[in-house]
Design a binder for this molecule. Structure first.
Ligand SMILES: Cc1ncc(COP(=O)(O)O)c(C=O)c1O
Length: 390
């Protein structure tokens, strides 16, 4: 059986898939079973911030695999402690819990908020319209997109959804029972939506006044993606809890809840755990990703990539009136069209360029920080060709 047949017969069809079966990756390139090479403009949906199979990440994983693959969380795991220290050094004072994915990190963050609020009569959440927080039942409840939620309702009670960027809506919705406001610093799946710094500052102020927690879901924006170590640093607004995943492991399954000092000790032994969370293998990978980003000045690389991406996108906007707006920071770029973008994705794919379209009409790039100007040019040439057909 070929790979397509194996999938048809044995894989639950819960995900829409392109008929490509990749077997190798290097930098911003993937190689198909047929040997055909593809330029990947959203490697791993945001996972491969340092590109596919970065040699230092591979080396760290190989060495760790030969030493100790897994030991459970009822022991002290040195690499877990070291990775937590690194993340704290680049973010804010607090403590970390490691999970295996972004959705799980968000579940844990919501558990912290619920337990923190329990003695105060606070249990409700406000999240944002067009947000995306993951596919588990709690994370879906937080996700402000009806199409992801509707088939699985009733979900966890206590969630309401505010328009992203609208501070007066928050003021109307928040009450004494609200335990947390949950938000992405830049909405990813929702279409690379941004809000001004003042909005995030106001959110912080409201949370402080109303004694409620501010949770930033940085699963997509975290770990240098936006040209800062973490997206909250774009606005100089510190959350009480930040969740991470994707880029943190550079390709291995890891998530993290970063809880500031005021909430770091809410969870006590027996409250929360994960068999695999933060095991030696994934923490070795996480440490290698951070070390590469530190040594190679990942922040400057992300900002340099942003300049080229935005310049090329700006040139396209001059040529094609279907382009409404260009948004994003670092290597997270959205090009909003006033038409559906799926046919453009298909056309680029025929050119061996992999791009993503989110929220129906937003072309999204989540490139490696090591993407070269030449590679960006290849992608934009293909995009230009696809747009010319419209
Ligand atoms: C902002 C955000 N939160 C949470 C998730 C869910 O992460 P995971 O797929 O690792 O569960 C995603 C995934 O795209 C995301 O973009």
């Amino acid at each position: 059986m070929n790979t397509q047949q194996l999938f048809d017969n044995y894989i639950i069809p819960s995900v829409g898939r392109l008929p490509l079966s990749f077997v190798e990756g290097k930098g911003s390139w993937l190689t198909e079973e047929s040997g055909e090479k593809y330029l990947d403009m959203y490697p791993g949906w945001g996972v491969n911030i340092v590109g596919h199979c970065h040699p230092e990440v591979v080396d760290a994983i190989q060495k760790q695999a030969a030493k100790l693959l897994h030991a459970p969380n009822n022991y002290l795991l040195p690499l877990q402690g070291q990775l937590a220290e690194k993340i704290i050094q680049h973010s804010f004072k607090g403590k970390i819990f490691f999970s295996n994915s972004g959705a799980e990190a968000n579940e844990g963050a919501m558990k912290i908020a619920r337990k923190w609020g329990k003695t105060k009569g606070k249990w409700k959440f406000i999240s944002m319209i067009d947000s995306f927080h993951g596919r588990t039942l709690g994370a879906l409840a937080a996700t402000g997109q009806e199409n992801y939620r509707k088939d699985f309702e009733p979900l966890i009670p206590g969630f309401s959804y505010a328009p992203f960027g609208d501070i007066s809506a928050i003021k109307e919705m928040i009450d004494d029972e609200t335990c947390a406001i949950m938000i992405e610093p830049i909405q990813g799946e929702g279409g690379i939506n941004m809000a001004p710094q003042i909005y995030f500052q106001e959110l912080r102020k409201i949370c402080d006044e109303k004694n409620c927690l501010l949770i930033f879901d940085e699963v997509q924006t975290g770990v240098v993606r936006t040209g800062e170590w973490f997206g909250y640093q774009l606005y100089n607004v510190q959350p009480d809890i930040m969740t991470l995943a994707k880029a943190l492991g550079g390709g291995v399954p890891i998530g993290a809840i970063v809880a500031a000092e005021n909430v770091a000790d809410v969870l006590q032994p027996g409250n929360h755990a994960s068999t695999y969370g933060g095991n030696p293998l994934v923490c070795a990978a996480g440490l290698a990703v951070i070390s590469v980003l530190e040594k190679e000045d990942g922040i400057e690389k992300a900002r340099a990539a942003e300049r080229v991406l935005k310049q090329k996108a700006g040139e396209l906007k001059q040529q094609f009136s279907v382009i409404k707006e260009i948004r994003g920071a670092g290597t997270m770029l959205g090009i909003e069209l006033d038409i559906p973008g799926q046919s453009i994705v298909q056309d680029c794919f025929k050119d061996n360029v992999l791009i993503n379209c989110t929220h129906n009409c937003v072309i999204r790039f989540l490139t490696s920080v090591f993407i070269s100007e030449k590679e960006i040019e290849i992608a934009f040439k293909s995009l230009q060709k696809a747009l010319s057909k419209i």
